[in-house]
Design a protein around this ligand. Structure first.
Ligand SMILES: O=C(CO)[C@@H](O)[C@H](O)COP(=O)(O)O
Length: 223
């Protein structure tokens, strides 16, 4: 099993963004997780195209773009042009989710759907075959550094059951409150991609933390 570590640049030092990007380039991390917030879908505003393009310029690993915005269809091709490799939209923000997924694929990116903590995985049943990734939010989206919501373990297991025999290659990504204390248990439950902000950037040696996270996922035992 390949496990993916995706540091969330929301927790990077924006005054030294190039330095932090290069640090992740030189680590065992697999992707850059890029959180785009519009102040409408979530009560916070992060950054948009110019910052993303700047990240792309220096990043040597794929950009995993998480759109916490309303009406994402309007901007999907712009995010693809700005360098996204994966684009994830929120179930709760898409009236025509199937269309949004097709737009992402038509833009040349892998397609993901994110679920807020209150949204059951069963609502993805009719699009699950079309997806490359499901992002299970283990905090309410909008901010880094929040406490992990325990019900996430059950959701991962529910999603595993939903994809079995239908889309076994789907990436199950977890985002929010993920760190050294819970990453092995999340991997055991069935997650295979892990977004972490504070747990990486707020430590003395982010690269060592990433290496430890990798090790913990590899040592995990499926349940
Ligand atoms: O999408 C979000 C927050 O909305 C996340 O990607 C956070 O950036 C994760 O930060 P930590 O909880 O790991 O500090």
């Amino acid at each position: 099993m390949k496990y993916i570590i995706a540091p969330s640049i929301l927790s990077a030092n924006f005054g030294n963004l190039q330095r932090d990007i290069e640090m992740i380039n030189n680590s065992e991390a697999d992707w850059f997780h890029v959180d785009v917030m519009d102040g409408v879908f979530v009560p916070n505003i992060s950054f948009g195209f110019p910052v993303m393009a700047a990240v792309k310029k220096h990043a040597t690993k794929p950009l995993d773009v998480h759109l916490m915005i309303v009406e994402p269809d309007k901007y999907i091709s712009d995010f693809a042009k700005a360098g996204a490799d994966r684009i994830t939209v929120h179930y709760e923000a898409c009236t025509h989710l199937h269309r949004s997924i097709q737009l992402i694929k038509a833009s040349g990116c892998k397609a993901g759907v994110a679920l807020n903590p209150h949204t059951p995985v069963t609502l993805l049943q009719d699009v699950i075959e079309d997806l490359d990734l499901v992002l299970i939010m283990s905090v309410n989206p909008g901010f880094g550094g929040q406490a992990f919501i325990h019900n996430t373990y059950k959701k991962i297991q529910d999603l595993k059951a939903l994809i079995k025999g239908i889309n076994d290659d789907l990436i199950i990504e977890v985002d929010g409150g993920v760190g050294l204390q819970n990453i092995a248990a999340l991997a055991s439950a069935g997650a295979n991609a892990f977004v972490a902000g504070n747990a990486i950037f707020a430590t003395e040696s982010p690269t060592t933390t990433i290496a430890k996270m990798k090790q913990l996922t590899h040592n995990s035992v499926s349940i």
